[in-house]
Design a protein around this ligand. Structure first.
Ligand code: GTP
Ligand code: MG
Length: 177
């Protein structure tokens, strides 16, 4: 018997970390070098089979720019899963080192305080193709994730490393929950 589970999933993280690029890679198998910054939020859906069950993700790709922060609760409220994205390189002009990792930690705190208690949380260290520009070590992120109830993966929307995997792992954990 194939059970179907609808699951609201929200992507959160600083502007430019690659949230839209991860979704575009996952849902359409595409990558663009000049992805436009999201306004408000964008919606996608994607089904994933795990053993004999199907998880239908209803994906909210939120806008990372600070001016949209107040909209975020609409998207994470009732979410079964959250993927919190930072950029391992922090190659964002005029932003200090580790800024996107620090922002990711703030999202985790906000979810822990205001979100649903059993939301599955994934931490994506994105742009893993840019290893030579790394500013946040895998060890540091892994330790943080373990201590805060998230699972951690390094992803690249550009090369597709771990993109299907992070959504699949999320679906697996949803089914086990
Ligand atoms: P907002 O919508 O403003 O919150 O940003 P976002 O998190 O959706 O980032 P977006 O997907 O727009 O990506 C920002 C830029 O980073 C784009 O120019 C992408 O091409 C680039 N980018 C995204 N993911 C990767 C990646 O894995 N590797 C590399 N090298 N570049 C990436
Ligand atoms: Mg975006």
């Amino acid at each position: 018997s194939n059970k179907i589970k609808n699951a609201k999933l929200v992507l959160l993280g600083d502007a430019g970390t690659g949230k839209s690029s991860l979704v575009l890679r996952y849902v359409k198998g595409q990558f663009v070098e000049f992805q436009e910054s999201t306004i408000g939020a964008a919606f996608f859906s994607q089904a994933v089979a795990v053993n004999d069950e199907t998880v239908k993700f209803e994906i909210w790709d939120t806008a990372g720019q600070e001016r949209y922060h107040s909209l975020a609760p609409m998207y994470y409220r009732g979410a079964a899963a959250a993927v919190i994205v930072y950029d391992i390189t922090n190659l964002i002009p005029l932003i200090i080192i580790q800024a996107t990792f620090a922002r990711a930690k703030k999202w985790v705190q906000e979810l822990q305080a205001q979100g649903s208690p059993n939301t599955i949380m994934a931490l994506a260290g994105n742009k893993a193709d840019l290893l030579e520009a790394r500013q946040v070590s895998a060890q540091e992120a892994e330790t943080y994730a373990n201590e805060n109830g998230l699972f951690y993966m390094e992803t690249s929307a550009k090369t597709a490393i771990n993109v299907t995997d992070i959504f699949y792992e999320t679906a697996k954990r949803l089914i086990q929950a």
